[in-house]
Design a binder for this molecule. Structure first.
Ligand SMILES: Nc1nc2c(ncn2[C@@H]2O[C@H](COP(=O)(O)OP(=O)(O)OP(=O)(O)O)[C@@H](O)[C@H]2O)c(=O)[nH]1
Ligand SMILES: [Mg+2]
Length: 310
């Protein structure tokens, strides 16, 4: 997990340290020292799936903070560089600090007849349905029972897949017939939750490419009808740069309030999280860390920095 990203940052710190050590007379890290190493850093970050814009911005921030910095004799240069990297990465990730508390908001709405409505969207196969199941599991466990809205009437078996999760977790589901209007299913689910005073409605939608106009129009309609409090984009950590493209296009089309990055456990690179934080500048609420219901981790910038630079 995040391995390639970690290597990219460590290599940079080591290289700065050795290039400074070779010229023992230098007490200051100069821009000249850094320039070739920064190029390598950008290259390695991109190899670790960090988008080029984010990689260059990171290198720019590192350069600004390091060049001209005085390293007293006897100081561990590598540590000094790592501290700088730590502060830069934390700053980038902090743009995506999760400021939305789904559990808290759902809890407050229990029994009110006005449930929290959350719409999940994203391209095919990224992990939307699984993420909804995980969030439903979390809410149910905390006593904030949601209803699931099976508004993916497009893919054969999609409603059954969600129904399977609903029955395993023990939460209600509202379905429609195959090919039914997804917006009306979302609407029915909201009515269902309101009349039973449930806490939340989690709306599953069909995977769609951000470039498919008809399906994006359908998504707009679902959003118009269900008026979700939050539209949450799910992206797959393994898709790297494409995840950024998806995020920006969906944001343009329907507006994205927050993101979940799934399959981080299966991603040996790790750059997607940095790229999404940098490009989307919306909260990342959770990271999907596996296929079980409990495999959902709140996004924590400090923890990620620790993972890649401890
Ligand atoms: N390792 C891992 N696998 C995941 C994670 N989240 C989802 N998956 C797997 O990814 C595959 C696709 O997940 P779905 O939840 O069906 O994805 P979806 O976005 O709903 O797919 P469509 O409805 O077809 O667009 C499944 O095999 C999931 O088990 C995760 O965090 N880690
Ligand atoms: Mg699905």
């Amino acid at each position: 997990m995040l391995g390639r990203l970690r290597d990219a940052l460590r290599r940079f710190a080591e290289e700065v340290a050795s290039s400074i050590a070779e010229k023992a007379a230098y007490k200051t890290i100069t821009e000249e020292d850094l320039r070739p190493l920064l190029d390598d850093l950008v290259f390695r970050l991109v190899e670790a799936d960090v988008g080029i814009d984010a990689a260059e911005a990171i290198a720019g921030m590192v350069s600004e903070r390091l060049s001209g910095s005085k390293v007293p004799r006897g100081t561990d240069v590598r540590k000094h560089v790592e501290e700088t990297l730590r502060s830069v990465i934390l700053e980038v990730l902090s743009a995506a600090r999760p400021t939305i508390d789904l559990l808290g908001e759902a809890r407050r709405r229990c029994g009110t007849g006005s449930p929290l409505v959350v719409l999940f969207l994203g391209v095919n196969g990224v992990g939307k349905t699984t993420t909804i199941a995980k969030i439903a599991y979390m809410l149910k466990k905390a006593g904030a029972t949601p209803v699931l809205a099976a508004a993916d009437t497009f893919r054969a078996g999609a409603q059954e897949q969600l129904a399977y999760h609903a029955s395993k977790i023990g939460v209600p589901i509202v379905k429609g017939s195959y090919g039914a209007d997804p917006a009306s299913i979302a609407f029915d689910a909201i009515r269902y939750a309101s009349s039973r005073r449930l806490c939340a409605v989690l709306i599953d939608t069909a995977g769609r490419m951000h470039v498919d106009k008809n399906l994006v129009d359908e998504l707009k309609k679902i959003a118009r009808v269900s008026k979700p409090h939050y539209k949450i984009l799910v992206v797959d950590s393994l898709t790297g740069n494409d995840a950024v493209e998806q995020a920006l296009r969906f944001d343009e089309a329907v507006g994205v309030d927050a993101a979940v990055i799934a399959k981080i456990d299966a991603d040996p690179k790790g750059g997607t999280v940095l790229s999404i934080a940098y490009a989307l500048k919306r909260p990342i609420l959770y990271l999907g860390t596996g296929q079980r219901y409990g495999d959902l981790k709140p996004f924590n910038p400090e923890e990620i920095v620790e993972t890649i630079l401890s």
